[in-house]
Write a protein that binds this ligand. Structure first.
Ligand code: URA
Length: 295
């Protein structure tokens, strides 16, 4: 096999292992058949397979949201070359068996601690170079409501906690207006490391990091996921449509109800949009049976 292809396959396998998909690859290996396409051809679809492994399954198409047809692959770096190469040769060409999508749907007995441990001292994407702290997520693992933001900013990077800066204070106010406390919900981001100069996370960074978000959501199994802003909603709904097209609508996301609303940072710049966001939050409250906080 071409050494460059081999290195890419190995990187994908390591990445799969990091995501807890190692057992899946191994179990598929036992169902193998001989008549398989070349590994190179199979590898061409590896990024797609990982997109499937990132279990973003929402009812977006039914609601007219165009799902992404391709996801750029990330190229994780580092070790275990020989073992992975053997696994690649025996595992990747297999066609029979359950789809990667189904098999990777949920990782049995996963926990937030496992996910954090799997992230480790992550160097999978370039964002690691500028970070101070990985910002994993905070709140209750039994939360009925999960807020998903974009990525840590300056304050979050320093503290290692999401939404602690100006936008975070506004989010806390929003949560309290709903009759909840910050510790009653779970708060996390699409990417766990701060993008430089608070730029938007790039596609490869999102592709690399979002599987950990999916696992967090799978562990918590909230009743409602509230996506804050375009990045979170486009990532989870697998769409490129602008948030204003679908904000305030309900979607299904792996057994949770998902709603998108504007990001608190947007509200800081556009306070007139607060009314729209409050309407969205009231929809969430009605699903969760919450009463607004009394003054
Ligand atoms: N904006 C985000 O999207 N996430 C944070 O954690 C902070 C600001």
């Amino acid at each position: 096999m071409d050494p460059a292809d081999r290195a890419r396959v190995e990187a994908w396998l390591r990445y799969g292992d990091d995501l807890g998909l190692g057992p899946y690859y191994r179990s598929r290996a036992t169902q193998g058949t001989a008549a398989e396409p070349e590994l190179g051809a199979q590898f061409g679809s590896a990024p797609r397979a990982m997109a499937a492994a990132t279990p973003a399954r929402a009812s977006a198409p039914a609601l007219g949201l165009a799902p992404k047809t391709s996801v750029s692959g990330s190229q994780p770096a580092g070790g275990a070359a020989q073992k992975s190469a053997q696994a690649a040769a025996s595992v990747l060409p297999v066609i029979a068996g359950p789809s990667l999508f189904e098999a990777a749907d949920r990782i049995e007995n996963d926990t937030l601690e496992h996910i954090r441990a799997d992230i480790g001292d992550c160097t999978r994407c370039k964002l690691h170079k500028g970070r101070t702290n990985i910002v994993f997520g905070v709140g209750s693992m039994k939360a009925e409501l999960v807020f998903v933001g974009e990525g840590p900013g300056h304050d979050e990077d320093l503290k290692g906690e999401p939404f602690v800066g100006r936008a975070g204070k506004l989010l806390t106010q929003m949560i309290e207006a709903m009759g909840l406390r910050r510790q009653d919900v779970y708060i996390c981001n699409v990417v766990k490391c701060r993008p430089p100069e608070n730029r938007l996370p790039e596609k490869d960074e999102i592709t690399t990091c979002s599987p950990f978000l999916y696992r967090q959501i799978d562990v918590i199994r909230p009743k409602v996921i509230c996506c804050l802003g375009s990045c979170a909603s486009q990532t989870l709904l697998q769409t490129t449509q602008g948030i204003s097209r679908f904000r305030g609508e309900w979607f299904d996301f792996r057994g949770s109800k998902l709603i998108a609303t504007y990001h608190p940072a947007y509200l800081l710049r556009n306070p007139n949009a607060k009314g729209e966001v409050w309407k969205d939050l009231q929809k969430v409250m009605s699903v969760l049976g919450l009463q607004p906080k009394r003054k």
